[in-house]
Design a protein around this ligand. Structure first.
Ligand code: UTP
Length: 291
């Protein structure tokens, strides 16, 4: 079984649910406390052993490239002011030289299309896909959990979580087979089914480990729900080619592409921080007492 060494980060979407904040700023650069969403996702991938990072960018996304580059003037100023901790933190962001590649999705035609745009960089290897707006707070990073499961069963693995019945029309939903521990066999996949048509309440969220055959299938994938080329539809076509599982991850997931989810993530991550957690906790306590 080939190891998973490469991760694709599709960041070419419009982020229209987060306007006006995303008018001139990529959604993936929205901060949770003091770190952009995309940095959390890249750190998660690196903690899972990912060596090569591929960003699929689009118009107006250059702030992401700048974030993962050295900032010479800023670093000189921090060095002159003996701000060693901040300097070390900034220096770690880009990672090894040459380990980040960028390709461009010229039009936001959908998540499936964005992933397909990375095909030449992925080559003929299994790869991970991480959607930065799905932020997961976990003791063991979600992708690391999934790679450990992949090393046992191989094939394709998608992260799944149970959602309320009235929310199935926001997600790809699996038709589940047998469950063993945290893994459930995937027998079918439907994008954004109405509650009465959903095969389960197990929704796919933004972490995937995929075999290269998915790229071939995406090459001929037609537009689906919402007129977009959907990754879920292509995945449905590779069921049976390799083992295919949904992985019930340990951790709490926040949909940070949604305004309420973003606020909740900020609160949850702030409460975990030793520097600001106590002040935020006191504020929330006082707020609930006056509500
Ligand atoms: P979303 O559907 O959440 O992102 O896609 P969006 O289209 O940017 O957001 P809204 O719905 O308009 O608010 C999840 C991820 O897939 C990427 C997005 O950048 C996001 O990280 N994506 C989506 C692409 O890269 N290209 C696309 O065509 C669509």
């Amino acid at each position: 079984m080939k190891p998973v060494r490469t991760a694709v980060f599709p960041v070419g979407g419009l982020g229209s649910r987060f306007l006006p904040a995303t008018k001139a700023m990529p959604k993936e650069m929205l901060p949770i406390v003091d770190k952009p969403l995309i940095q959390y996702a890249v750190e998660e991938a690196r903690a899972a052993g990912i060596e090569e990072v591929i960003f699929v960018t689009g118009r107006g996304k250059t702030a992401i490239e700048d974030h993962f580059d050295y900032a010479a003037e800023l670093e000189q100023t921090l060095a002159a002011r003996a701000k060693q901790d901040q300097l070390a933190e900034l220096r770690g962001i880009p990672g090894k030289p040459g380990a980040i590649a960028y390709t461009r999705q010229q039009e936001p035609l959908g998540l499936g299309h964005a992933v397909w745009c990375a095909r030449q960089l992925v080559r003929n290897e299994p790869f991970a896909v991480l959607l930065a707006d799905d932020l997961i707070q976990a003791d063991t990073p979600c992708l690391k959990q999934m790679i450990e499961a992949y090393n046992e069963v191989g094939g394709n693995i998608v992260a799944v979580t149970e959602v309320p019945a009235e929310h199935t029309n926001r997600y790809g939903v699996i038709d589940p087979g047998a469950t063993h521990g945290r893994l459930t066999e995937v027998r079918g996949l439907v994008e954004k089914p109405a509650p009465e048509k959903a095969p389960s309440r197990l929704a796919v969220i933004g972490r995937y480990i995929l075999q290269p055959v998915v790229m071939d299938v995406l090459g001929s994938q037609q537009a689906g729900a919402g007129g977009e080329i959907q990754l879920t539809d292509a995945l449905a076509r590779v069921i049976g080619v390799h083992p295919f599982h949904g992985y019930h991850f340990e951790g709490k997931r926040f949909d940070c592409g949604d305004k309420a989810g973003h606020v909740m993530a900020n609160i949850a991550f702030a409460l975990e921080r030793p520097d600001i957690g106590p002040a935020v906790r006191t504020f929330l306590h006082d707020l609930s007492a006056t509500a």
